[in-house]
Design a protein. Structure first.
Length: 266
C-alpha cells in the first residue's frame, strides 16, 4: 500500500509539463513547529504537550492551470516532533524528533494586489492533501525511573518492528509510517520577472492518521516500565517557507517536441 501511494504522488509530481500553461520549479526551505493532538482526552491526561520546531527542505513546483488558478506540488524532507512534560513529576521530560518525507498537493487561488495603482504582487489561498512517509527519528528522555538507574538522560533513535534492538534504540512495534493530512494556508507571490517567482508561504498542517495504530507499544532501552509513548495522536503544525521557482519555458518545450515529431514523419 505504501509503495502504491508513493508511486501515485511521484507520477503526479513529474507529470508531463505540456499539461500546463506554465510550470515553475525550484528549491524551497522553511521552518515549522509541530505538536501531537490526542482526540481522546484520557490519552493526554496529566501531560503538558508543547510544539517542537524543525526544518523543511525540498523542491517545489507550481503549475499554472488557468489565470489566477494553479497547482502547487512539493517533495520535502520535514522535521516534526513534540515536547512532553508530566504535570506530577517535574523531572520528567521527553523530546521527540520525527523525520518525514512530505508530498503536499495544493490547489491555489491567486488575487492581484496593487500598490500606487499598479500591480505589485499577488496573494493567494490554498488547500489540499498531504501524504507523509515516516522515515524515523530520535528522542531524549529524562525520568525518575532512569534516575534510579543512575542514567541522567536517555538518547535514542527509532526503529520499526525490530526483533531485537540496541541499547540506544527504541522499537515502535506497530507504527503508521504512511500518514495522511490536510494543508490549509496562503501566502505572497513576487515576480522579479516572468521567468521566476518568489513565494512566501504560511500553512497549517492537520494530520488525519494516528502516528501509531491503536494499542501500539513502544519498547524503550533499559526496560522502562513507568512510561510508554502513546502514539494515538495526529501531528498538527504551523509552517512558514520560502520558495524560489523558475519557469521551465514550456512553449519552447512544446515547440521542440512538435519539431521533432515533424522530422520523424519525414
Amino acid at each position: 500500500m505504501n509503495k502504491r501511494y508513493l508511486l501515485i504522488i511521484t507520477c503526479m509530481f513529474f507529470m508531463s509539463p505540456t499539461c500546463f500553461g506554465q510550470l515553475y520549479v525550484g528549491p524551497k526551505a522553511g521552518i515549522q513547529a509541530f505538536a501531537p493532538f490526542y482526540p481522546d482526552k484520557d490519552n493526554r491526561a496529566g501531560l503538558k504537550l508543547k510544539p517542537r520546531p524543525g526544518l523543511s527542505l525540498g523542491l517545489a513546483a507550481v503549475a499554472e492551470v488557468r489565470e489566477n488558478f494553479a497547482l502547487h506540488f512539493e517533495i520535502a524532507y520535514s522535521q516534526k516532533g513534540k515536547k512532553v512534560k508530566d504535570e506530577i513529576s517535574p523531572l520528567f521530560s521527553h523530546k521527540v524528533r520525527y523525520n518525514h518525507i512530505d508530498f503536499p498537493i495544493l490547489f491555489t487561488r491567486r488575487f492581484n494586489a496593487k500598490f500606487g495603482g499598479q500591480k505589485a504582487y499577488q496573494w493567494y489561498l490554498n488547500v489540499g492533501p498531504n501524504i507523509s512517509y515516516w522515515l524515523g527519528g530520535s528522542g531524549e528522555l529524562i525520568s525518575d525511573e532512569l534516575e534510579e538507574e543512575n542514567i541522567a538522560r536517555l538518547d535514542y533513535t527509532m526503529v520499526f518492528k525490530a526483533d531485537s534492538f540496541d541499547e540506544d534504540q527504541a522499537n515502535f512495534e506497530d507504527p503508521n509510517r504512511l500518514q495522511l493530512g490536510l494543508n490549509v494556508g496562503g501566502g505572497l507571490i513576487f515576480k522579479p520577472s516572468d521567468a521566476n517567482m518568489l513565494l512566501v508561504d504560511f500553512r497549517l498542517e492537520i494530520g488525519s492518521t494516528f502516528v501509531g495504530k491503536k494499542g501500539t507499544a513502544t519498547e524503550f532501552p533499559h526496560l522502562l516500565f513507568a512510561y510508554t509513548d502513546n502514539l494515538a495522536a495526529v501531528n498538527v503544525g504551523l509552517k512558514a517557507s520560502v520558495a524560489y521557482v523558475f519557469d521551465l519555458n514550456l512553449s519552447q518545450l512544446k515547440k521542440g517536441k512538435s519539431t521533432k515529431d515533424i522530422k520523424r514523419r519525414r
